[in-house]
Design a protein around this ligand. Structure first.
Ligand SMILES: Cc1cc2nc3c(=O)[nH]c(=O)nc-3n(C[C@H](O)[C@H](O)[C@H](O)COP(=O)(O)OP(=O)(O)OC[C@H]3O[C@@H](n4cnc5c(N)ncnc54)[C@H](O)[C@@H]3O)c2cc1C
Length: 437
């Protein structure tokens, strides 16, 4: 099967005269030897372990524990792997490995990397001590695998996360948490739940607090498991919190940080006499965190798109109609040309945004959101076209293209819907002039 792996070289990077190193304003997308090896290592796992099991786990709609175990055994599912990937100064490692794994299968990919959501939330909100304690606990060991879940979405607070109802109240030295979360990846089966709750609903985002909650904590339970269109190997469920009691140390960032953030939000509220929508300057940190993670999510979508494109290309060269392979029809070959072009374009946006994040560049046009938006749209379009190229066979479940199309859809929904991405971009390019409704 033809492979359309990451670009090897794009542009000679500008270099610093003294060090001959790429300057911060000139990314180089020429992969290093280490990156090529890492990409090929993940690709091998995706091709030999993940892809062959994908249809089965999609039908079973269960967490693929044996594959998680294999990923942990080789070190792909581990705190150390996450740590090393984040350490890469080019920023390309996370997009690279995500594209490869999700090329294998997106549902299994999310089962393996879903814990990264919880780790990222701990990283963004926790103190150094809390990071060191809780992030490794999200992964466990190859002999005792653990999972993490990040829970912010609620039945009445999806895109509008400022209107959370899950409530956290002080009770002596503890916190008591009550509410219901929905659509939570690894929800209820995770060993560590990172839960966002509101301490003061009047303050919108400014009144939010993030807690780590251990599995087995009284009052924490799984609600309904959601039956989904795609990424079915990834567990998605409601999480119910009934008088969940956690000690003060489980508040990420600590009490003082929460108090001062709430005081700033109250001050802003007094000045603007409006709820803090989360788009205020004071929340640029939270917005930046989202911009940082979106290129990696986009890379997952590119992995799906590439899988479908490669399959369609192979199919078009071997399927004969009217005495010729269907690729000899310009209608088909041009379509494949467009599919390849769109994938390359989306990948470049993701890599560029990932590089920007790692090199402290300002996301002045919300380039992280642009990358995820484009990649999600490309994945949906490419997988749709792949079904068309495979004709009726593309529609039946014997072939994987229909699964890729079902999987791709989530990339217009989670981690910010396509509309919310456009809203963020519109606001960035109009310098805030775009109306927020
Ligand atoms: C499989 C899956 C896994 C998920 N995993 C997690 C997880 O691990 N943790 C977690 O916390 N959440 C998770 N989510 C939740 C996901 O992030 C939300 O579904 C998403 O944010 C959208 O929220 P919503 O579903 O309530 O849609 P809504 O916010 O109700 O949106 C409905 C529609 O209205 C549009 N819309 C809303 N407001 C505006 C506006 N101002 N302008 C224009 N259009 C607007 C939206 O774009 C969308 O098209 C997951 C969801 C799914 C399906």
């Amino acid at each position: 099967m033809h492979r359309c792996t990451g670009a090897q070289h794009v542009e000679p990077a500008q270099t610093d005269n003294m060090t001959n190193m790429p300057t911060a304003s000139a990314p180089s997308f020429a992969l290093t030897e280490d990156q090529v090896q890492l990409r090929d290592w993940v690709h091998d796992f995706a091709a030999t372990v993940v892809r062959p099991a994908a249809a089965d786990w999609d039908e079973r709609e269960e967490t693929p524990w044996p594959i998680l175990q294999q990923a942990a055994k080789i070190g792909l599912y581990s705190f150390e792997f996450l740590h090393t990937s984040f350490g890469d100064e080019t920023g390309l490692t996370m997009p690279l490995v995500n594209e490869e794994l999700f090329w294998g299968d997106a549902g299994i990919g999310l089962s393996v990397f879903g814990t990264h959501l919880a780790s990222a939330a701990i990283f963004a909100n926790g103190s150094p001590e809390q990071m060191l304690e809780w992030i490794p606990r999200c992964f466990g060991t190859p002999d005792e695998i653990r999972l993490g879940a990040f829970a912010i979405t609620e039945p009445d607070a999806g895109s509008d996360v400022g209107s959370l109802r899950t409530r956290a109240r002080r009770d002596g030295d503890d916190w008591l948490i009550n509410g219901t979360k929905c659509f939570i990846t690894n929800g209820g089966i995770a060993d560590v739940h990172v839960v966002v709750a509101t301490v003061d609903p009047d303050l919108g985002h400014g009144g939010h607090a993030t807690f780590v909650i251990d599995k087995g904590t009284r009052g924490l339970s799984q609600g309904a498991k959601h039956k989904k269109l795609g990424i079915r190997a990834s567990h998605t469920a409601e999480v119910v919190l009934e008088n969940v009691r956690v000690p003060m140390e489980h508040l990420l960032g600590g009490h003082d940080k929460l108090e001062s953030r709430m005081a700033r939000a109250a001050e802003r509220l007094k000045r603007n006499s409006a709820i803090d929508t989360g788009d205020e300057k004071g929340h640029s940190g939270a917005l930046r965190t989202l911009e940082l993670s979106r290129p990696t999510v986009g890379a997952q979508a590119i992995g799906i798109a590439r899988a479908a494109y490669e399959y369609a290309l192979e199919y078009a060269t071997t399927r004969t109609q009217f005495g010729h392979p269907i690729i000899t029809n310009q209608a088909i070959s041009f379509l494949l040309a467009d599919m390849a072009t769109e994938i390359e374009a989306a990948r470049m946006l993701c890599w560029h945004a990932a590089w920007m994040g790692r090199n402290e560049q300002q996301f002045d046009k919300a380039q992280g959101s642009m990358a995820k938006l484009k990649a999600g749209e490309v994945a949906n379009w490419v997988t749709d076209q792949a079904i068309s190229i495979c004709g009726g066979w593309g529609y039946v479940r014997d072939l994987p293209v229909q699964r890729w199309h079902r999987d791709a859809k989530i990339y217009t929904l989670f981690e910010g819907t396509r509309e919310m991405q456009r809203r963020v971009i519109a606001r960035a390019i109009s310098n805030g002039a775009s109306e927020l409704q």
